[in-house]
Design a protein around this ligand. Structure first.
Ligand code: UD1
Length: 427
C-alpha cells in the first residue's frame, strides 16, 4: 500500500496553483445525466473521486471525452442503465448524487446505499424524504434505494438538517419536475450556488441557491452548457494552514477568499498576515501563533472539512484551543495519530482541547479518512524527523498531486510504493 515519507521540519514557502473543487465537480458531473446536449466542464481536479464518478456515469450511459483541458459529457436521450451498483458506490459516498438526476430523467433509478463511513453514520434519509415530497415512490431493498415516478411533481420540502449532497440531489431532480418546488433549510455551501449556476446555464429556473430557501420552476428539458469548476476552498485552506503551521510564506494562485472567510478570520486572529488579490491568496506567519477556538458548522460556519487540519495547526499555538465538531459525530480519528507525534489533545464528547505549542516528532501514522490524512501530512511537515503516513489512498480521493505541490513549497515529501518495514532517517 502506498505511503508518504516526510522529513521535517520544513517551513513551507513559495507558490502553488489551486485545483478545481472536488465537491463542486462531483455534482456538476452528475448533472450531465440531466442534459440532452453535451456538457463541457473544465477545471476538474485530477483526483480519484472524479475518476470514480466518471466511471459510474459511463456505466449509466454517459459518454465522456477529454478535449484539451475540458471534459465533454453526453448523456444522450437513452441512458444505458438506471442502476448504480454497490461496487462503484461503496468507494465514494457522493455517488448518491446520481439518484435525483436519474429519477428525474428516466422516471426510475436504483442506487446502492452508500453505507457508513469513517467519519460518522451519514444517513441519506433527507435525500429520500425530499424525493418522496416530489412524488417519488422510494423503497429500500437488498442494500439498494429504488425510486420511481412517472414524472416528478413540484412540491415543498423542509430539510431536517442542512445537507449538502441532499440539497444538490433535490435541486437537480426538481429542475425537471412538473411545477414549482420550494426547498427550505437548504445547505448554503458555495458548491450549491455553483451547481445552480451550471443548471441555470442548462436552462433551469432556480432562485435562492446559496440561501436557506431555494425555489425551482420545473422545465421540460435541459440543454448543453459549458462551465468551469470553482477553486477548491478546502485544498486552499489546507495549504494556508500548512504555511501558518510552519511559520512559512506562500501564495496560492487562483485562490478566492470569499468562500474561505471563516478560516481566514481565524488565521488572521492567530497572528498570520494575509494578502488577498485578484490573482490569489498569500499568507505568512511572522510571529508566534495564538490559540483560537473553532466550532464547525454548515456554511457559512467553519467547514468541518478543515477541522482536522486546523487541529494540527493549533498544536503549534501558544496556549489552549478548543475545537468543537458539530457536523459529524466521529470526526476526531486523527487525534490518536497526532498524539503519536507528541500532540497534547484531550477529547470530551464533541470537544477537543489542544494544548500547544508542541515540538512534534516524526512517527508512523495511519490515515483514516480524506481530511484526517491531510492533517497528518501537515503535522509531519512541522515535525522533527521522519514520518510515514500510511493509507494515503484516502488523500488521493481529494487532493490533486499533493506531494508535488508540497515539494514545490519546499517540503520533503515522497510517495513510496509500499510502507518500509523499518523507519529510515535520510530524506
Ligand atoms: C458534503 C461534502 C463533505 C462535507 C459535508 C459537510 C460533498 C461531495 N461532500 O458531504 O466533504 O464534509 O458535506 O460539509 O460535497 N445528514 C442526515 N440525513 C441526510 C443527509 C445528511 O442526517 O439525509 C446529516 C449527516 O449525517 C451529517 C450532516 O447531515 O451529520 C451533514 O451531512 P451532509 O451535508 O449531507 O454531508 P455530505 O453531503 O455527505
Amino acid at each position: 500500500m502506498e505511503c508518504f515519507r516526510i522529513l521535517g521540519p520544513t517551513r513551507l514557502h513559495g507558490e502553488v496553483t489551486a485545483s478545481g473543487a472536488k465537491n463542486a465537480a462531483l455534482p456538476a458531473l452528475a448533472a450531465s445525466l440531466l442534459a440532452e446536449g453535451p456538457l463541457e466542464l473544465s477545471g476538474l481536479p485530477a483526483v480519484r473521486d472524479i475518476r470514480t464518478m466518471r466511471q459510474l456515469l459511463g456505466h449509466l450511459g454517459v459518454d465522456s471525452e477529454e478535449d484539451g483541458p475540458s471534459l465533454r459529457l453526453r448523456a444522450g436521450n437513452q441512458a444505458r442503465s438506471d442502476d448504480a451498483p454497490y461496487e462503484l458506490v461503496k468507494t465514494m459516498r457522493a455517488s448518491i448524487l446520481v439518484l435525483g438526476p436519474l429519477l428525474a430523467r428516466l422516471g426510475h433509478a436504483r442506487v446502492s446505499l452508500p453505507g457508513g463511513c469513517a467519519i460518522g453514520v451519514r444517513p441519506i434519509d433527507q435525500h429520500l424524504a425530499g424525493l418522496e415530497a416530489l412524488g417519488a415512490e422510494v423503497e429500500l431493498e437488498h442494500g439498494y434505494v429504488s425510486a420511481r415516478a412517472r414524472r416528478l411533481t413540484g412540491g415543498s420540502f423542509r430539510f431536517h438538517v442542512p445537507t449538502v449532497t441532499g440539497t444538490e440531489n433535490l435541486l437537480m431532480a426538481a429542475c425537471l419536475a412538473k411545477g414549482t418546488t420550494v426547498l427550505d433549510n437548504c445547505a448554503r455551501e458555495p458548491e450549491i450556488r455553483e451547481l445552480a449556476t451550471l443548471l441555470g446555464k442548462m436552462g433551469a429556473r432556480i432562485q435562492g441557491a446559496g440561501t436557506e430557501r431555494i425555489e425551482i420552476e420545473g422545465v421540460e428539458s435541459l440543454n448543453a452548457a459549458t462551465h468551469r469548476v470553482i477553486p477548491d476552498r478546502i485544498e486552499i485552506g489546507t495549504y494556508l494552514i500548512g504555511a501558518a503551521m510552519t511559520g512559512g510564506e506562500i501564495f496560492i494562485r487562483g485562490a478566492a477568499s470569499a468562500d474561505l472567510a471563516p478560516l481566514l478570520e481565524k488565521l488572521a486572529e492567530s497572528g498570520c498576515d494575509l494578502s488577498i488579490s485578484d490573482s490569489g491568496l498569500g499568507l505568512s506567519r511572522p510571529t508566534e501563533l495564538k490559540p483560537r477556538d473553532i466550532l464547525t458548522a454548515p456554511h457559512p460556519g467553519f467547514p468541518t472539512d478543515l477541522q482536522a487540519q486546523y487541529m494540527a495547526l493549533m498544536t503549534q499555538a501558544s496556549g489552549q484551543a478548543t475545537i468543537c465538531e458539530t457536523v459529524f459525530e466521529n470526526r476526531f480519528q486523527h487525534v490518536p495519530e497526532l498524539a503519536r507525534m507528541g500532540a497534547d489533545i484531550h477529547i470530551h464528547g464533541t470537544f477537543a482541547h489542544v494544548h500547544g505549542p508542541t515540538a512534534l516528532s516524526g512517527a508512523r501514522v495511519m490515515a483514516t479518512d480524506l481530511r484526517a490524512s491531510a492533517c497528518l501530512v501537515l503535522a509531519a511537515i512541522a515535525a522533527a524527523g521522519e514520518t510515514i503516513v500510511g493509507r494515503i489512498y484516502h488523500l488521493d480521493r481529494g487532493y490533486e498531486r499533493m506531494e508535488l505541490k508540497l515539494q514545490q513549497l519546499g517540503a520533503r515529501v515522497e510517495r513510496l510504493a509500499a510502507e518500509p518495514t523499518r523507519a529510515t532517517t535520510t530524506p
